[in-house]
Design a protein around this ligand. Structure first.
Ligand SMILES: [Zn+2]
Length: 78
């Protein structure tokens, strides 16, 4: 597994959503790869900060739809 294949898995790794077999693959790669180790550390930090934020009420559906569209447009432009 290379770095590009691993990166999408890192966020699931830190949130504990990966199956054991994949977790081990990620752990082995991260142990030998400073690039992915740094990413993993920043993801862990992000998850911890997000978990500490106060919960807010659900967004109004119309606002959520607009935000999702705006985000999708931005991602599409990259
Ligand atoms: Zn890597």
């Amino acid at each position: 597994m290379n770095c590009a294949e691993l990166e999408p898995l890192l966020l699931e790794f830190v949130s504990g959503e990966l199956v054991i077999a994949v977790r081990e693959t990620v752990e082995v790669h991260v142990t030998g790869c400073p690039h992915c180790e740094a990413l993993l550390i920043s993801y862990r930090h992000t998850v911890r900060v997000a978990a500490a934020l106060p919960k807010c009420a659900a967004l109004p559906a119309a606002l959520e739809a607009r935000l999702r569209k705006a985000l999708a447009d931005q991602v599409g432009e990259e």
